[in-house]
Write a protein that binds this ligand. Sequence first.
Ligand code: ADP
Length: 330
Amino acid sequence: MIEVQGLTKQYGEVRAVDDLTFSVKPGIVTGFLGPNGAGKSTTMRMILGLDAPTSGTATIKGQRYTELKNPLTHVGALLDAGARHPNRSAANHLRWIARSNGLPKGRVQEVLDLVGLSGVATKSSGGFSLGMGQRLGIAAALLGDPEVLILDEPVNGLDPEGIRWVRDLMKSLAAEGRTVLVSSHLLSEMALTADHLIVIGRGKLISDISTYEFIKQNSATTVVVRAEQLPRFTESLKLQGISHAESRDAENRLILEIPDRSTDEIGALAFAEGISLQELSLRQASLEDAFMGMTGDSVEYHAAAVPGAVPPTAATAVGVDKQPNQAEEK
Ligand code: ADP
């Protein structure tokens, strides 16, 4: 269980985290979602005692990270997968962490097996691909067999197979009753992985909601109709008090868009009016659009994209560093 209470972090002029309160429950995957620069990493660093809050508290199983005895046996974290000695082998890297944290040596082989790196355990990790590095980072996080896992953008830059592997692992760790908090700036990824979502923008809590509810609330549908007798159908809709809008499709044909209705209902109405339809389809708003709508005005670098806009400050450049990762995913 992770509890965050009124957590705030001020870096000079930048309020990276602004009065955040939420809790992360065991047994499910909780997605920590927000655009780049929203404050996800800063929050995770404060939970892990790596940054001191300006105000507020973050506790793990009721204690601050710095108060935990043998912290790696309680919390495992993946913050920066590149943080390893390039000349050291995967096995030696893990043995070193195990030794310096008083963890049993035998656990090294177990986690290597778990993340599928046993075959390359003696190879120096400097030559590892991004995906292998990510697996090694996750192996390190699991070394103490912790009840709580905190993973910052674990699928960033991974190929589809790697993404699927991380996703399945997170779900199985949660199914074992562990508390799993995983950050991402991609709703599409979180919608597939997380059971619960904590959405932030500009350091503030925007939504604390089950993924199911989020999808239900944000899956607006529109019935699209194309017909030769479109003006007559428009009249029928007006008479029924059904709101609609005229538009053009990709082939520049006139269509009607009817929000929040079913194709059954609209099809039945057309049939009753004796109007034959050339198209009757359902358009589903993308969840990503809903997410952008929620956090849109909280995205940090909008201004930087405008020609002649003031360049990002040194502080915001921290978040800008993440752009190459984003590009790798596409
Ligand atoms: P996210 O993980 O959601 O991308 P971050 O927590 O990295 O967001 O950043 C939140 C904000 O805090 C950004 O404006 C970022 O530039 C700023 N920031 C993060 N770390 C520092 C730091 N060490 N010094 C100054 N500003 C920082």
